[in-house]
Design a protein around this ligand. Sequence first.
Ligand SMILES: C[S@@+](CC[C@H](N)C(=O)[O-])C[C@H]1O[C@@H](n2cnc3c(N)ncnc32)[C@H](O)[C@@H]1O
Length: 473
Amino acid sequence: MNTRQTKRQPTGGVRAPRGAGPRRPAAGGRAPERRPAAAAGGEAAPAALNPAGVGRALLTQAVQVLGEVLTFAHPADAVLSRHFRENHALGHRDRGFIAESVYGVLRRLRWLRALAGGQTTPRQLLLAWLARGEGWPQRYFDGLVSVSERDWLNGLRGHGAENISLGERADLPDWLLERLLADGDEEALLALAHSLNRPAPLDLRVNPLKMSRDELLARLRADGLQVEPGVLSPLAVRLNRKPALQKHPAFVDGSFEVQDQGSQLLAYLVQPRRGELVVDFCAGAGGKTLHLGALMRSTGRLYAFDVSERRLARLKPRMARAGLSNVHPVAIAHENDARVKRLAGKADRVLVDAPCSGLGTLRRNPDLKWRQTPESVAEMTAKQGAILAAAARLVRPGGRLVYATCSLLAEENDAVVDAFLAAHPEFREVDAGEVLARQDIPVAAGARLRLSPAEQDTDGFFAAVLERADAHA
Ligand SMILES: C[S@@+](CC[C@H](N)C(=O)[O-])C[C@H]1O[C@@H](n2cnc3c(N)ncnc32)[C@H](O)[C@@H]1O
């Protein structure tokens, strides 16, 4: 189940430095500066480090973590977080090397296996990633690998793209490839797959109750950060790097949150007004709740439902930091809980940010493509239909219901909405693109919002806006 960009990141920052601090050879083949011994976190001596600053011990550690991640028993970010907690003396760059290597292999796993051929060990996958994905020249491996590994790596370097299947080039399992290729456009599929294999940028959402976007931009620039206003969401700020921001005074005082720009558009589809009764049905740790509460200027009542008490517990300090007094977190047992039914027909607006496969967030969670299965997706779609139907009962006549996922699969998106509309003639669909255009949000969204990293450089999102007929209509 996916909770999107609300997770604390494995390296200890608000966002992971996936893709930060490159250890590739610099352009022209110049090796990066050797870092000081003190930054090596656990390495024996600077002499043991290669020009990329990696020694045998660090490489072995990365292989060990990768081996655990590749069992797919736990999400990759949880495995990494645990490893870093247990090895708290590890320096920032070493954490970066381990996290980037693990995510690099996860992103390109099928391609790496095709290059390496046959059964591959985690160590072989990691070495193949460094040689072919990161572009390490042979001399970087001196002292790190055995003679036979060196010969094996040399063999890999000559391996081209011939005889590589579409699934290997796209780095997707066959079942997912088939679903995403439903319209047969291989070029579009590869563009999407490649965009999903790039690390995501870091987006912030300014809290309009605390400061304006221009103020936040000025403040971050004064701190030497390169920031730009987001092009989609009126509250978004995009950074070109991923600094650890959780101790930044403007984060601590609730002036901003970390939130993907695509995710920010969902609150504008709900479009809550001051004084209304609004329900965030699957609130989790409150990524969207905080945005909705701020758009309501902390007035009215905003219920934050979720079946996970643990996630709702993470919402509480965030609400306090954001200065919101209109949010009411409610842990429910299931979508038909009595605490839900009490609000039947009373809500002005309901958001269903449904539990989903999370396949739109592969830039951040590349292991999901290997962890999800057709069976897990089928289970999810049944749940989504049940949650949407239960949430719809809360909507008052004339009220609005927004269904959203961060999935790219039609069965979790259009199929759920189409089935709902067929069974609920009292609801009609409203054009999502028009709802956004009326708020001066320039997204060529279409009747149903569809965002993808290939098109908008956001996570993959889907949303449909539904309205219940007025009692007098
Ligand atoms: C995509 S996540 C929500 C993310 C959240 N809205 C945010 O912006 O951070 C889906 C959430 O649905 C919750 N969930 C799963 N089954 C549910 C149910 N039957 N009723 C309500 N929430 C449910 C999960 O616990 C999870 O937190």
